[in-house]
Design a protein around this ligand. Sequence first.
Ligand SMILES: Nc1ncnc2c1ncn2[C@@H]1O[C@H](COP(=O)(O)OP(=O)(O)OP(=O)(O)O)[C@@H](O)[C@H]1O
Ligand SMILES: [Mg+2]
Length: 429
Amino acid sequence: MSAQNLFVMLQGQQVGPVSKRELQQWVRQRKVKPSDLVWDELQGVWQPISESEETRNIFLQSQTAEKIVLAIGGGKGGVGKTVITIALGMALASFGRRTVLVDADLGGANLHTFLGIEDPEYTFFDFYTMQKSSLNDILLDTSLENLKFISGACGTLGLANPKYSQKLHLIRQLKQIDADYILLDLGAGSSYNVIDFFLAAGEGIVISTPEPASIQETFYFIKTALLRKLTQTFHRHPELSSIFDVHGYFNDREATFSIKELYKKVENIDNDAASVFQGILRKFQPKLILNMVMQSEEALEGMALKTAVGEMLMLEMDYWGFIEYDEDVRNAAMQKKPFMIWNPKSRAAKRISQIVSAKLMNFSRLKSYLENKRLQRNLNRLNAKVEPTSQETIICSVNCLYWDECEYQNGGYPCSVRHLENTLRHWEK
Ligand SMILES: Nc1ncnc2c1ncn2[C@@H]1O[C@H](COP(=O)(O)OP(=O)(O)OP(=O)(O)O)[C@@H](O)[C@H]1O
Ligand SMILES: [Mg+2]
């Protein structure tokens, strides 16, 4: 047996030969435990995978492998943050990465609805009210292997503005979630609740459409995030606190500064602080996905925004690509199904899997082609499994949300609104 060809014992069955690469993947997917046995060629005995000379490193690497937290934001409402978060998660999960979607839209949680889940068993509410002490306890399954999600606290408006300490606790806990990728679906706007989640994640993706108002808001979102970061870094500095204050506003009311001017001011006061400033500019590299592109020229708006961010904010923004306006995305949303499952061959689904394979998985072109074909087959199979629902046969009842206002209340007629009952139940209170 060579190092590349291993034999393992899984639930009493010998499996193999498997390559080290395959075994690595199984470890990542938790298909094998450290105590499962591998044939140790050198010693001529079966050994736990975590102890054998050949395979020990695979476990060590998996324990130290950094989990990646990605926040998806961008300022403008309705630009596709939630559907793209779900689609990115589905692609990652299909490529074998354990992925968790987090509905971090504290004021308008709806990620579960796009997944077709009407009444999530647990939500952030259970975590806030301490009924569940860890976010791992409120993880919910999806129809896709490797993909779980945390539902927002739908309909509980009090959670839209958590205290700063609650926010810190939540952010710390987010980093404890057991997964390879954690994707945060942020709410609209550039409030500090949203920005703080964006900054807490290792990587931030901004979603914009090509429309000027959306481009403008995305630019403002990135600028606000950068200023918040600078403020958090310098607000205790004895001399620089005259420029920044703890709330992120500039104390100097006489002028608003461009980032370049701000840098010059900091440089004039403290050279070391200027180096820290430069480090922040180097490290803060938001990614951009342009959504709902209708004509190919519109995709250039992404390049224009990238250039503006470079020139005016001194930041290197990575333009990850664009997604066309695609009726399949809308139709899928109408049916409360992720578009990746609704039509894995849709243009939008293909764009997402290309973005994930090129930017997150670093696949070669050939591997990317093969993996994307496999992803389409897998998601297609999943789509076929979903039973069509019929609204025709639903007869009204006293439990209906619209009881008293509905002309069918004497029963016996098919009801055209009853299917909304579960979707709206949380918002009724
Ligand atoms: N590429 C697309 N093609 C067609 N429709 C799209 C596309 N992307 C998103 N949509 C539509 O836009 C709607 C809004 O998307 P989504 O809810 O993901 O936006 P959002 O940015 O999360 O909104 P909010 O700011 O309210 O959270 C979806 O219901 C979907 O139908
Ligand atoms: Mg959303």
